[in-house]
Design a protein around this ligand. Sequence first.
Ligand code: ADP
Length: 222
Amino acid sequence: MAAGVRLVVLGKQGAGKGTQCVRLSHRYAVPHISTGDMLRAAVRAQTPLGIEAESLMSTGELLPDELITRMVDERLTERDATTRGFILDGYPRTVVQATMLEEIVAARPLHCVVNLDVPTDLVLQRLVSRRTCVDCGSIYSTSEPPVQRWLCDVCGGEVVQRPDDTAEAIMTRLQAYERETLPLIDFYLERGLLETIDGSRTPDEVLKSTVEVVERRKKEHG
Ligand code: ADP
């Protein structure tokens, strides 16, 4: 299987986007660019961006399109992304962002946009039990904790409940998703880029279907 791919992965909060993106990035040897992880790192380091982002993030509201696009644009100009490609996770999240992304990647177009489809009642269930490593972003749950409680199996970091994984912030994020991100389905359908995958199955099954779709798209690109 050839290395390199340019993908956007869409899906509701708790659809398993993060887990799939990590696995896809290993499989294709491309960086996993997660805006949520980048922002959480900025908050922890208390950079100017992190200080600006912190309060909006804790309520579940979206950050301004220009701010987030600047951050993504910078990351996409780094050598690993320009030479091999990328898995974009959590961006774009609005039609304005998707239009900006089109300009950024005009010379290296996306292979496809993977939409992980999961019913809302299932994502709610997953989100309240979700626990996340503060250092590397690995995902666990109260029913599947790390081997050594609560230290990350991957990096030894502390595994906690994200401050925005409270019932109230989850509702705000799901509403923002419906209002701002759902229109991207039509946006990418119109461009012939959308591939919808049933995300309610096991991570292995979801990965298998995604790789099949991506391989087909890569062949079509030539
Ligand atoms: P979620 O679990 O809601 O998908 P993420 O980890 O992707 O969470 O993002 C966490 C928060 O970071 C969002 O609720 C939002 O405040 C901010 N954020 C991340 N990506 C974007 C984006 N593309 N546009 C605007 N805000 C964003």
